[in-house]
Design a binder for this molecule. Structure first.
Ligand SMILES: C[S@@+](CC[C@H](N)C(=O)[O-])C[C@H]1O[C@@H](n2cnc3c(N)ncnc32)[C@H](O)[C@@H]1O
Length: 246
């Protein structure tokens, strides 16, 4: 009962809190909320990310977990390929502190202005982060900037379902995520995505969760978005997508 009350207190935080403060408060119990989110709507997006990471990861690659939080996605990456060099970046030190056991460099910083040179990483992963920042497109533009010409960007985020029934049915969930975790459910027109042969996009749970994979060639500037077509994993990336010059 005490835990339920403290969970409710966290979700019903005072409006006006900034994102860092929200996650400072959530950090000690974040893993529990994360599990709940995966059960309710997020699992498909993470499975899609894991599927493609299984195809992409190789020993020696430099991997950035952007908005790493408590390190859940980094742990997944290292379980798939222990030979990668991980960097975990987050705005909130209290979240990163929960990832102390994850091998890799920990960096405090913003996904909107990554403190890394162009083409520093082979892979950028980012789970449930871009919906918490004021400019999701800027975050993804930064992810693309820091990957090598042959690199990959993979991200999941909360998205707004298309149909009115799904929207009505998810009102409470969306309000709780918005209130407790500063997460907006992105409408199609705000989703950074580029439709080409090398990109992938898949939506899950009636559209509440989206997974996207982009390559260096993919622009995310205005005029390219939105693109309506979905592709559902597992779709092999294929030989043409491995390596190459972007
Ligand atoms: C919903 S959590 C996701 C954490 C982790 N990626 C996961 O899958 O569990 C969102 C994370 O994004 C971080 N965050 C929010 N805005 C950020 C920004 N501008 N730059 C870096 N991290 C940010 C928060 O501190 C928090 O750790």
């Amino acid at each position: 009962m005490t835990r339920l009350l403290s969970d409710l207190e966290l979700i019903l935080r005072q409006p006006g809190d900034d994102v860092r403060r929200v996650y400072e408060r959530a950090a000690p119990r974040y893993a529990h909320f994360r599990e709940a989110w995966l059960k309710v709507a997020g699992a498909g997006g993470e499975q899609a990310m894991q599927h493609y990471l299984g195809e992409i990861l190789a020993p020696g690659q430099r991997v950035l977990d952007a908005g790493a939080g408590t390190g859940a996605i980094s742990r997944r990456v290292l379980a798939l390929e222990p030979g990668v060099q991980m960097t975990l970046l987050d705005l909130t030190p209290a979240m990163l502190a929960q990832a102390a056991d994850v091998p890799g460099e920990k960096v405090e910083g913003s996904v909107l202005d990554l403190p890394f040179a162009d083409e520093t990483f082979d892979v950028v992963v980012s789970g449930w982060v871009i919906e918490t920042v004021p400019d999701p497109r800027q975050a993804v533009a930064e992810y693309l900037r820091v990957i090598t010409p042959a690199g990959y960007v993979l991200y999941t985020f909360c998205s707004l379902p298309d149909g009115w029934l799904s929207r009505a049915g998810s009102v409470l969930l969306r309000a709780a995520v918005g209130q407790g975790f500063a997460g907006k459910f992105l409408p199609d027109e705000d989703i950074p995505w580029h439709d080409c042969e090398r990109s992938r996009r898949a939506r899950f749970h009636g559209g509440l969760a989206t997974f996207i994979l982009l390559r260096k060639c993919c622009p995310v500037g205005a005029g390219v978005l939105p693109v309506a077509m979905d592709r559902v994993p597992p779709t092999p990336l294929g030989a043409a997508n491995r390596g190459g010059s972007g």
